[in-house]
Design a protein around this ligand. Structure first.
Ligand code: HEM
Length: 495
């Protein structure tokens, strides 16, 4: 009875005393009672009918091509440790400083309406509304990504989403993709292990994945990876429990996030950095910019920098969560982004996606506006929303009429240019299997892999087995034994 997620409407009624006003059309005209019934009357003369019907059929916008399902909320980031010697972004300028944030958590593959307890990685996207504009970390709940080359993205989306012939998830395209890009196995071991189904977003960690280049006030470069560790601890669902939950409630993770915030139980994360100097980068024994790899914590320990707290639900989901537009290109002075090719590719992809999904003025949608700074851009017009559309300020640059001018920063720093090797990360996949997973987790990993690999074509099973054997002979042989023992037992099943 006291569940705010289930009782939102009842709570609305309780905080109001009777109807909140006279109903109107979208043009503001009061709706007369007779117009709420169209029988025996002319439809075209009924503005209520015309207005609501023609609007309803336009309510859907394109869903995100990936990460379509999500929960999200608002809150703040507070600096707890000084890092001004590393990074001059004003966001970090003093201990105790608070910056408003928006966060959105999302399985990658399922489509809108799908279950948020599917076995999958999760997006972990945070928008910091800083006084120097918005800074976005568009990360995952895994510390690594699947592949290094952004050219793979379209293939990845097609192979993992539904088969266009029958609109069904397809085991064969899934394993074909993975085995043709074997660098994906490192991340997939994590997703097929216990990390694949978080038990509530407040129990889910987040990682910026890319190694971001940052500069301090003197223009010296440093390199950082962002980590968000949930203060409530990491907790995950077992496959069987997730299956049960999802058959009853496809929105379990979204619901528990909403409910805990509405109940005043605010999820929080400790935000830390792995920090590398330019020398560390030069002397590293691995490519520290390789997104398919983790930076070992014993070599590059975590330095705490702050806390993120989510303490406010959206009042309207579509307006505030669906319309959020995150982008790796949203950077602020002092944070230059990742020098790797994947980061470069992403700077294009998100902007493109949001132009398509939300229109040319997506940054003028309130939830995307940099609320702590004044926007003085030369963009004008286009589809609404326009806000004040730059009022009467000159609309071209340079101009001789006091239009806005760029600032100068001689210490801004330039992104490193790096050479990227072909991916090769079986070593880290092996370390993950042997050193980081418990005996029980290894067994669950094998079981989860078998569920997915069992129904795949024989030649794909063989290709996958070869890779599992390279990662570790124990892993290979357990999966091989499982396949032999179970024959066709495993049906296609997203767990
Ligand atoms: C480190 C690798 C990556 C991470 C951590 C990542 C993470 C995410 C997250 C968290 C979202 C959902 C954002 C939201 O909540 O609105 C997202 C969406 C998206 N991602 Fe990625 N992604 C990665 C790689 C890529 C690559 C390589 C591309 C393409 C070149 C790409 C293209 C997209 C697109 C087009 C969207 C939808 C954006 C929108 O409609 O607003 N991503 N990604």
């Amino acid at each position: 009875k006291n569940d705010p997620a289930a009782n939102q409407l009842i709570m609305f009624k309780e905080k109001t005393s009777g109807p909140i006003g006279i109903m109107t059309t979208s043009a503001g005209a009061p709706v007369e009672h007779k117009d709420t019934n169209t029988l025996n009357s002319r439809l075209i003369f009924n503005e209520y009918f015309m207005d609501s019907l023609t609007h309803t059929v336009r309510e859907r916008i394109p869903e995100r091509v990936v990460h379509a399902v999500a929960g999200g909320a608002f809150g703040y980031f507070e600096v707890t440790h000084d890092i001004t010697h590393i990074c001059k972004a004003k966001l970090f300028s003093r201990v105790g400083k608070k910056t408003p944030v928006a966060a959105r958590f999302s399985p990658v593959v399922v489509e809108r309406g799908g279950s948020d307890t599917s076995r999958d990685a999760r997006g972990f996207a945070v928008k910091f509304y800083t006084e120097e504009g918005n800074f976005d970390i568009v990360g995952f709940n895994t510390p690594m990504f699947l592949y290094k080359d952004p050219v793979i993205f379209p293939t990845f989306v097609h192979a993992l989403k539904k088969n266009p012939a029958n609109n069904l998830f397809d085991t064969n395209s899934f394993w074909d993709f993975l085995t043709l890009q074997p660098e994906t196995f490192h991340m997939f071991l994590l997703v097929f292990g216990d990390r694949g189904i978080p038990d509530g977003y407040h129990h889910m960690p987040g990682f910026g994945i890319h190694t971001f280049e940052v500069v301090n006030g003197h223009g010296s470069k440093y390199f950082v990876r962002f980590h968000f560790v949930p203060d409530a601890g990491i907790k995950n669902l077992r496959s069987e429990d997730a299956k049960k939950i999802s058959s009853e409630d496809a929105d379990y993770n979204t619901r528990t996030l909403y409910r805990s915030i509405a109940n005043g139980d605010f999820p929080s994360w400790t935000v830390s950095l792995q920090i590398l100097s330019l020398d560390d980068v030069k002397n590293a024994r691995l490519d520290v910019f390789d997104v398919t790899k983790v930076l070992p914590l014993d070599e590059y320990p975590l330095h705490p920098v702050g806390k993120m707290v989510l303490n406010k639900n959206a009042v309207n989901y579509f307006a505030e969560i669906e319309q959020l537009a995150f982008s790796p290109g949203n950077l602020v002075p002092g944070i230059l982004g990742g020098p790797d090719k994947l980061f470069e590719g992403r700077r294009l992809a998100y902007r493109e996606a949001q132009h398509y999904r939300l229109g040319a003025n997506f940054n003028r949608i309130p939830v995307n506006c940099p609320i702590q700074t004044k926007v003085l851009e030369y963009n004008r017009d286009g589809v609404p929303p326009l806000k004040d559309n730059g009022k009467d300020i000159p609309n071209y640059y340079p101009n001789s009429f006091n239009g806005p001018v760029p600032y100068k920063d001689h210490k801004r720093g330039e992104l490193l240019q790096i050479f990227e090797e072909d991916p090769n990360n079986f070593e880290q996949a092996r370390e993950l299997y042997i050193n980081e997973m418990t005996k029980e987790e290894r067994s669950r990993l094998v079981e989860n892999v078998l569920y997915r690999l069992g129904p795949a074509a024989k030649f794909l099973q063989e290709r996958a087995l070869k890779i599992f054997y390279i990662i570790h002979p124990d892993l290979g042989s357990r999966i091989e034994q499982g396949l032999l023992a179970n024959g066709t037992k495993y049906d296609w099943n997203r767990y």
